[in-house]
Design a protein around this ligand. Structure first.
Ligand code: ARG
Length: 601
């Protein structure tokens, strides 16, 4: 907006603005949020000054530049105050009327975003567990973060391809297939009941580690699979189906929508990928292995093993080519633990060298995340030292939520609600997701049921509670829900209040409501920051947490609906509109974070 104002001023071409000629295109403008002194601060005068100071008649200091900008700032009803501060900062304060209008717009039209000028095609590679292995907490993080990023991009109007790069082509298949052949010799005609795939995996791993003959067969099995042998392919499919059903149960619980395009999908492109790299002279052969050295001092990628088999590296190169060239993606994001940073660095570099990835056109990023520890700060393991089953973790969380609800009920001596169907699940899964998302993505964090489900502190439970409160206000107001006048001023003439009340109650109430509105209105910039800055969702969590804090004070200090003996005797319509607009933003944030809501806690 500020930039447009400057362009308008340029059209009117006042002599004072001659020094702005030719500058507007390279105009560097920054608005930063300062909530204490003003609403926003523009620091452009400082960056403009060095660019113009040598021109005849130019201002002599950044302050003078700022003064000129202020002088030519047209009077608009949106801005109630604009002033100079410090070495040339311009402070801008919005008028309450303008803020009310924006808030009213949310109440009437919802939290809608304008369509992006350039709709991007964005591939998000997330979750990506490995077939026949346990989906672990690392995959849970990837699933939660990847889902939220997908929701944010979709909300902003981009086209998102949520891809599950399942590990369904690795060396583990050799041993699994051989074990299946031995254990269920009739598998080609009858579908065997593999049962617990975990046990099946452990059995085959034991044989692989102990039996030389079996190991040799297993290695051969992978190559036979990669060459498309129909019987081996059938065995492979049977194993994948068992895992797939297990993963799907978790996705259903967590409400995750994702399309499976595992490593195996890219097999069809792998031989030509290797040939292409060879034809460009990018490969080196060492001990029969085809390697690609792409960064100095770093290990090479292995694109083909000596037995002809392909690797994780090959599938990622083929996948990146497919996504950028065939799918025409503008962005490809990999939500994978930080432990794989080197792998992605090498893959991206190799793709650049091969002319597949063009950094001036594509945004390709490893969206890395930290490790999850248990409550005592150790690696997340069961007591017997195994990785924690995700399924068990989710079930335990639901049990926990149910126990807390029961304790609360017993404390309050209220009869238990008969309608708890799904409520504990909502609370438990929301708690897990929020506890993950609220942390800086790249940091490690410790997992604690007690902490994440507490009603105190920065938790989903507390946010769900605040939301249930907001909704209950509107419910109470009943008939006043529709046909409301616009929120133009925080005190509408139709609201009768006495002179004394105005003086004693209103001043603070007014500033509190303005604070609530300003916080709510920051929503679009918080969402945009995720996309434009660092793909970190925690900013959205702290936004929501702060908003709920202010809302709780508003709820305590500003009466919206007065009820006497079960009858509504007075409703403050403007405050009701504020509540509803805040509720809309809450709902939208919950949606983006993948949290479901409950009407009561
Ligand atoms: N399956 C891998 C793992 O569990 C993650 C795959 C991530 N995506 C990729 N394109 N490499 O470690």
């Amino acid at each position: 907006k500020f930039r447009n104002v400057l362009i308008d001023s340029k059209k009117n071409s006042s002599p004072h603005l001659e020094w702005l000629e030719g500058l507007l295109n390279s105009f560097c403008y920054q608005l930063i949020i300062i909530t204490i002194i003003a609403d926003y601060q523009c620091q452009s005068a400082l960056s403009i000054f060095p660019l113009v100071k040598s021109q005849p008649g130019a201002p002599k200091s950044p302050q003078e530049v700022a003064e000129l900008l202020i002088e030519h700032f047209p009077s608009v009803s949106a801005v109630s105050d604009i002033g100079l501060t410090g070495p040339g900062f311009i402070n801008i304060t919005f008028s309450p009327d303008f803020l009310c209008k924006l808030m009213d717009n949310i109440y009437r039209n919802g939290a809608v975003f304008p369509k992006p000028s350039h709709k991007k095609r964005i591939v998000i590679d997330f979750s990506s567990p490995n077939i026949a292995k346990q989906m672990h907490v690392g995959h849970l993080r990837s699933t939660i973060i990847g889902d939220t990023l997908s929701r944010v991009f979709e909300y902003l109007g981009h086209e998102v391809f949520r891809l599950n790069h399942v590990g369904d082509w690795g060396t583990q298949f050799g041993m699994l297939i051989c074990h299946l052949e031995d254990k269920f010799p009739d598998f080609a005609t009858e579908s065997p009941a593999i049962g617990d795939l975990q046990v099946f995996y452990q059995e085959s791993k034991k044989r692989f580690d102990e039996d030389e003959g079996f190991r040799k067969r297993a290695y051969k099995g992978v190559v036979t699979l990669q060459n498309g042998d129909p019987t081996v392919t059938r065995a492979w499919k049977l194993i994948c189906d068992v895992s797939r059903a297990e993963f799907q149960r978790i996705y259903d619980k967590l409400d995750i929508n994702i399309e499976e395009k595992g490593e195996s999908f890219y097999q069809q492109f792998m031989p030509s990928m290797v040939q292409y790299l060879e034809s460009k002279g990018l490969l080196t052969i060492e001990n029969g292995r085809k390697l690609m050295y792409c960064m100095e001092g770093k290990p090479p990628l292995t694109v083909q093993k000596s037995d002809g088999g392909f690797t994780y590296d090959t599938s990622d190169l083929a996948a990146l080519r497919y996504r950028l060239i065939d799918m025409k993606a503008d962005w490809v994001l990999y939500v994978v633990d930080a432990g794989q940073s080197l792998h992605f660095e090498l893959i991206f570099e190799a793709a650049k060298l091969a002319g597949i990835l063009d950094p001036t056109k594509h945004r390709v990023e490893h969206v890395a995340f930290g490790v999850v520890h248990d409550a005592s700060g150790k690696k997340f393991k069961t007591r017997s030292g195994e990785t924690v089953k995700l399924q068990d973790l989710l079930d335990k969380a639901v049990q926990h939520a149910a126990t807390i609800a029961e304790e609360k009920r017993a404390e309050s001596h209220e009869p238990g609600s008969s309608d708890v169907s799904g409520k504990h699940e909502v609370i438990a899964y929301s708690a897990i997701k929020y506890a993950d998302l609220k942390n800086r993505r790249t940091a490690d964090y410790s997992f604690s049921f007690e902490r994440m489900m507490s009603l105190k502190g920065d938790t989903a439970a507390r946010l769900l509670y605040s939301y249930a409160r907001i909704v209950s206000i509107s419910k109470k107001a009943g008939e006043f829900l529709s046909g409301r006048p616009p929120l133009e001023k925080l005190y509408h003439p139709s609201e009768v209040f006495s002179f004394f009340r105005f003086h004693f109650e209103s001043y603070d109430a007014h500033s509190l409501q303005i604070k609530l509105i300003k916080q709510t209105l920051r929503f679009p910039e918080v969402v945009r920051a995720i996309v434009e800055k660092d793909l970190m969702p925690h900013g959205l969590c702290s936004f929501l947490y702060n908003l709920s804090d202010t809302f709780n004070i508003f709820y305590r200090d500003c009466k919206c609906v007065e009820v006497q003996e079960g009858t509504v005797i007075k409703v403050n319509i403007n405050r009701l509109t504020l509540c509803d607009a805040v509720a809309i933003i809450f709902r939208q944030c919950f949606y983006l974070l993948g949290l479901k809501t409950v009407d009561s806690m």
